[in-house]
Design a protein. Structure first.
Lengths: 322, 226
């Protein structure tokens, strides 16, 4: 179809390798050209990019907040410790065997044995009711084995499973797991994650809409130019390209603004966080965005810009006919 | 070059713009298309450049039926047709050079080739000294010549002109037509739609006359039906 008019010999067509080269030269020119187009109205472009930057910075900051919160609570998770009260009257050997056996469990990280005598000593020391024990004939306290699960089994559900398994052992009279507060903490964190994900989706949708609308206005402004290009034989993809690049630039620069905003936020909060951590005798430091997170954010922002402009351009340029 | 077979065009609202039009413009031929306003001149040109599709009948360009060409292929087809408009359709914020270069940029020519061809086209229409002006600073005749340079810059085998002299005085009109004659003399087929009968009479070319959407005469004006 290309040579439908079977051109006369006067027409020297562009050879393939040159056409290929010029395709990329054109791409480059259109990419730079659309950046120049944005530069021509710096205030308007910058405002749009700033809006995009803020829309992206919010989910990024929430993500940082969660990341740091999870780091803090990760150390608390180890508090998921299972206490096993042993049957009375077990021989030392049986007890040792039992400890040996459960410490070989896949789920178990460490096992501590507290004998009846140690338990009494600890009770005397810690409770302040030590004298009460003197009125008793026998030691009422059972021997206790404290089991620390491996990190991957330290979640409330995992620890519960482990508890159930340990309770099957005949040496165990009763097992106990104080996880109610842990369950609450986890459900609060899950709630926070869910709401952050929902908010992030809303904000990313707003990025799509902002870019789409800006590109749409751009297309309407250049209606005559598009008509003329179609008249002289421009393909749709040739006309699309500058707008796609504009969308990409919006996303890319918006993403960079978002990164600057989030990093500034981290810097600003850091001294306050160090102060609080110092009061709790912790050397906790606020984590910023890692390099891969930075790349992800820029990539996602560019992708959103591109997708949005692609959809807009497909819809609107099709409608413009000379 | 162009062949119409029983071509009809009905616009929405059942306005019949063309009715069973037949004609054949040979390769290298130059002809005028005339008729009162609303007779269907513009519609006929739009059908050739695929700005409109026929409701019925067949249109051939160099022996190929273009009535069924898919939308995707339309741009490639248009690259073989130079179109000139009464209102020039220039980009007013771009220089004369950029306007004329547009078809070449679209087709993927290199920088040097573009420069060479644009300057040659501007030289032909006598505007080589205005290459870096903005079209708004040019006179009507000059703007029309920029439009012509853009239409011929990629050397299409067919030129279509819709009222190219509509806004020009007789002297300028003659100049513009001389340009078309020059392109025709090197083998380009030319079809010019105009209602300027005085101009047609001076030039003595084949004239197609449309009346209420029908081809009413075909031949030299004044000689009756051919």
């Amino acid at each position: 179809m290309r040579n439908i008019l079977n051109p006369s010999p006067r027409i020297t067509k562009v050879p393939l390798h040159k056409r290929f080269l010029m395709y990329w030269v054109n791409h480059f020119q259109q990419a730079v050209g659309s950046l120049g187009e944005l530069w021509r109205t710096p205030m308007a472009s910058l405002m749009t990019m700033a809006v995009l930057g803020i829309s992206l910075a919010l989910p990024a900051s929430f993500h940082l907040l969660l990341k740091n919160a999870e780091r803090v609570t990760a150390s608390w998770d180890n508090a998921a410790e299972v206490s096993l009260f042993l049957q009375p009257g077990l021989s030392d050997k049986t007890t040792q065997n039992f400890i040996q056996r459960i410490s070989l469990y896949n789920e178990v990280d460490a096992v501590t044995y507290i004998s009846k005598e140690q338990a009494v000593a600890e009770f005397r020391e810690m409770s302040g009711f030590g004298n009460a024990l003197d009125y008793l004939d026998t030691n009422p306290l059972p021997a206790v084995v404290q089991v620390t699960p491996k990190p991957q089994y330290a979640s409330p559900a995992g620890a519960k499973l482990l508890l159930a398994k340990l309770q099957q052992e005949k040496e165990v009279e009763q097992g106990k797991l104080d996880i109610e507060w842990l369950e609450r903490l986890h459900s609060i964190i899950n709630l926070a994650v869910d709401s952050v994900v929902a908010i992030a989706f809303l904000l990313l949708a707003s990025v799509l809409l902002i870019v789409g609308n800006t590109i749409r206005l751009n297309i309407l402004n250049r209606r005559t130019e598009i008509e003329v290009m179609k008249l002289v034989g421009a393909t749709d993809s040739f006309i699309h390209r500058p707008f796609l690049y504009t969308g990409l630039w919006y996303g890319l620069i918006g993403g960079m603004i978002a990164w600057v905003l989030t990093s500034s936020l981290v810097l600003w909060m850091e001294s306050a966080v160090i102060k609080v951590a110092g009061l709790y005798q912790s050397d906790f430091r606020l984590l910023g965005l890692s390099f891969s997170e930075f790349l992800f954010m820029i990539g996602l922002a560019s992708l959103l810009g591109l997708i949005s402009s692609f959809v807009t351009v497909k819809r609107h340029i099709h409608l413009i006919e000379p | 070059m162009i062949k119409f077979e029983q071509v009809s065009k009905v616009y929405s609202g059942s306005h019949q713009a063309l009715q069973k039009v037949d004609f054949h413009l040979k390769q290298g031929e130059m002809a005028f298309l005339t008729g009162h306003s609303g007779a269907g001149k513009s519609t006929l040109l739009k059908l050739i450049s695929l700005l409109e599709r026929p409701s019925d009948g067949k249109i051939f360009l160099n022996g190929n039926d273009i009535s069924r060409v898919s939308r995707r292929h339309v741009p490639y087809l248009r690259r073989h047709i130079g179109i000139i408009f009464q209102d020039h359709r220039l980009l007013m914020d771009k220089t004369v050079f950029e306007n004329v270069a547009l078809p070449l940029v679209i087709e993927g020519y290199g920088r040097n080739e573009i420069e060479r061809r644009v300057m040659a086209a501007l030289d032909k229409v006598g505007l080589s000294d205005k290459a870096f002006c903005i079209p708004v600073h040019l006179s009507g005749g000059e703007q029309q010549r920029v439009g012509i340079a853009r239409a011929v810059v990629n050397k299409p085998p067919l030129l279509l002109a819709d009222e190219p002299t509509g806004n020009l005085d007789p002297k300028l009109s003659t100049e513009i037509l001389k340009l078309f004659e020059a392109f025709n003399s090197v083998g380009v087929s030319v079809l010019i739609a105009t209602h300027d009968l005085g101009l047609i009479a001076k030039m003595r070319y084949r004239t197609l006359t449309l009346k209420n959407g029908k081809m009413s005469s075909d031949g030299l004006l004044g000689e009756g039906h051919a």
